[in-house]
Design a protein around this ligand. Structure first.
Ligand code: HEC
Length: 127
């Protein structure tokens, strides 16, 4: 019985660690986006729009950002599934987009990136 309790505790600790790593790995991956995008409380539009509050946000709706027609008409609602599909190849998913980025192919990295981005509420504070 005692060993079972220890095993459960060890498992819980591992799961917690894996989560934390995902977010920090995602933060590292976000450096690829950083030249063009920002997130967080001081985020502002750069070459690309602010990426706060992405979950549930419609494509082409960041305030005061001048989107391409292609992005405005994409009619994507951003969530885990649509983000994961898009980021593999943005220029194929939204033909004519002005996001000049080849994409990320590694599924683990994409998952970590989503975990990182999904922390930020629309006002840039963390959930
Ligand atoms: C070279 C600059 C550049 C890089 C690097 C870049 N982006 Fe973008 N991104 C843009 C631009 C510009 C747009 C606006 C596209 C348009 O209007 O056609 C955009 C749009 C987006 C959108 C759609 C936003 C919306 O409101 O509809 C998402 C999501 C996004 N980028 C995520 C990312 C992520 C995540 C990364 C890093 C893995 C990344 N981008 C890397 C320039 C970039």
């Amino acid at each position: 019985m005692k060993s079972l309790v220890l095993a459960v505790l060890a498992l819980a600790a591992t799961v917690g660690l894996a989560r934390a790593q995902d977010v920090s790995e995602g933060e590292r991956s976000f450096r690829k986006c950083g030249p063009c995008h920002s997130v967080g409380e001081d985020a502002r539009n750069k070459v690309g729009p602010v990426l706060n509050g992405l979950d549930g946000r419609k494509s082409g709706t960041a305030a005061d950002y001048n989107y391409s027609e292609a992005n405005k008409k994409a009619e994507i609602t951003w969530n885990e599934a649509s983000f994961k599909e898009y980021i593999q190849n943005p220029m194929a998913r939204v033909p004519g987009t002005k996001m000049a980025f080849a994409g990320i192919k590694n599924e683990k990295e994409i998952g970590d990136l989503w975990a990182y981005l999904n922390q930020f509420k629309a006002d840039g504070s963390k959930k």
